[in-house]
Design a protein around this ligand. Sequence first.
Ligand SMILES: Cc1ncc(COP(=O)(O)O)c(C=O)c1O
Length: 414
Amino acid sequence: MKDLFDKIKANRGPIGQHAKESHGYFTFPKLEGDIGPHMVFRGKKRLNWSLNNYLGLADHPEVRKADADGAKEFGLALPMGARMMSGNSNNHEKLEAELSAYVEKQDTILCNYGYQAMVSAIDCLVDRHDVIVYDGESHACILDGVRLHMGKRYVYKHNDIADCEKQLQRAAKLIEGTNGSILVITEGVFGMRGDQGRLKEIVALKKKYSFRLFVDDAHGIGTMGKKGGGTGQEQGCQDGIDIYFGTFAKSFALIGGFISSEEQIVEYLRYNMRSQIFAKSLPMPLVVGALKRLELMRNHPELREKLWDITRALQSGLKKAGFDIGVTDSPVTPVYMNGSIPEATNLIFDLRENFNIFCSMVVYPVVPKGMIILRLIPTAVHTLEDVNYTIEAFSKIVGKLKSGQYMADKIAAT
Ligand SMILES: Cc1ncc(COP(=O)(O)O)c(C=O)c1O
């Protein structure tokens, strides 16, 4: 037998094992100052591409005012208790109605955190007779929801519709003659690669197979579709999405999330989703803050247009400069490079200290060994000047990477 703490101390996990060298710089960095494209990191202003503040709402004056007014009027405690018991309010219901209209669904349930909402909704929607069919590169919240599922699950290769159909065939065969059902789960926009889930093609499979489709559109809400109503709207198949999830953590620049569907399905979630019936409801300032953000998203399409102008300039500029940005068709912009982990850390150090650019880096074990991804998130508040400066800087660092300069022990800050 081993002491639990001894075991944990000996094995700190795939990322945690590097904590000593990385804490405070590569992991848990502190970005300070007004939220936006220019923030302070270690006492110096840096051009920041690492926030999902897609529409630039985080520091929008009307949003800041609504947040401050909300806190002043209601405090952070109200309402107390779970929605079902003592935590409901007119504002919560108003926000749900407005979100339903925005994503073109009958009804909506507000949730406290996006991650928790997905896990709990998956747990709530299926029973042990049902089969889940899901994309292999799904976000952790989908994978963890699936882990709670007591029935069968079949994973299909990322965005591979032929494989999705194969898994649907397996699922259909398994539940033949039982009262089991099939739930397909995918993301609207995949947050790492930036490619859209092939929602239209999945919806088309409904002609051949009986299933319901649940879409996690964390990165799509506010950014995709003519009115920002999400990736289903973008692909013209919003009707085919049976259960739609959006988070407040990205375009809304807030916290919380929501799930929209048919009225009776949302009612079922309201009365059965454990993360909501056994947890305190969203604080009122967040609810009135979300109402303000939604109003801005509806009434100011220019925010989304600006986001896309910056996205197009960044992505086409990177491509023109010879960078591999993969298959993105959303604002999420991964830049793929080849190199070891020490090279990646030297490169990021150089980028931050000498070029004053702050972006996220993804390395093994999240991506295969030898691959480095620098992930850029354009927003409506970046400028073309930011874009051009970044592409020039990236061209310089990739030159250094290719000539082996980042193999040296440590790159000095100038
Ligand atoms: C695809 C996806 N789903 C869910 C979440 C979780 O959302 P939240 O941050 O609101 O918990 C995220 C955020 O990282 C995400 O990218």
